[in-house]
Design a binder for this molecule. Structure first.
Ligand SMILES: [Zn+2]
Length: 240
């Protein structure tokens, strides 16, 4: 289904993946509307048009969860905050008062100031004052019969994954990468700490889930925890 350049995939009866400019947004359309990640700046019309297609209104969105504070996940947040009264949940280790504190490796931070990437400026990121729920990991949020926040640092210090035991659904943001359907750890160059990423993978491999959704790329539907355990085995002796 293609609405205003939004590719939509139905993941579960109440869960949709919207892909806008290569970044995924997860929409949970229960009695309450929840959005996980917001893609780049300018994503609001696409999100709005799909929610309208469901016969609902984007202004109903009551919870926005950000998997990590990178511009392709948090870019649409200010637009959504203007037209909803949603609570916004971000892990506290990813919040930044200034661009210098943003969770990008140093060289990426430099590149963000070089044309044409400066076209993204002003950089969009979540500041502590804009976030109503500063996560630490271990919280259980209300969607999908209980959506557990799992702190999975590595790509960024405050990256989180979200797990619904009832739906056997795991949403990992960029904690794992499935571009071109090749499951792997996040690229080292744009990650803060790969040894933490491996430790996070180890935590995720202990969970029981069928469906796995990513910040980029297609979801794995069916048998997903086995795929994650395979990836962990491939990491082998890197684990301590
Ligand atoms: Zn990222």
């Amino acid at each position: 289904m293609l609405i205003l350049e939004v590719a939509v995939l139905k993941i579960l009866p109440d869960v949709y993946q919207l892909t806008i400019r290569g970044a995924n947004i997860i929409l949970i359309a229960e009695q309450e509307l929840t959005i996980i990640d917001t893609s780049f700046r300018g994503s609001l019309p696409g999100i709005d048009s799909f929610i309208s297609h469901l016969g609902r209104s984007v202004s109903e969105v009551s919870l926005i969860i950000i998997t990590h504070n990178h511009l392709d996940h948090v870019g649409g947040l200010p637009e959504l905050e203007m037209i909803t009264s949603a609570k916004v949940a971000v892990h506290k280790a990813d919040l930044a008062e200034t661009e210098e504190q943003l969770p990008y490796p140093g060289f990426v931070r430099k590149i963000l100031h070089v044309p044409p990437i400066t076209l993204f400026r002003p950089l969009v990121y979540a500041r502590p004052s804009e976030v109503s729920i500063q996560l630490e990991g271990g919280e259980v949020l209300s969607p999908l019969g209980g959506l557990e926040v799992i702190h999975t640092p590595g790509h960024t210090p405050g990256s989180i994954s979200l797990f619904s035991a009832r739906e056997k659904l795991l949403i990992v943001g960029d904690t794992l990468n499935n571009r071109r359907s090749n499951l792997r750890l996040p690229p080292k160059l744009i990650s803060s700490d790969l040894s933490q990423a491996i430790a996070s993978l180890k935590r995720l491999a202990q969970l029981d889930f069928d469906t796995l959704c990513f910040g980029h790329g297609r979801p794995i539907i069916g048998g997903a925890s086995a795929r994650v355990r395979e990836l962990l085995e491939k990491q082998g002796d890197k684990l301590t």
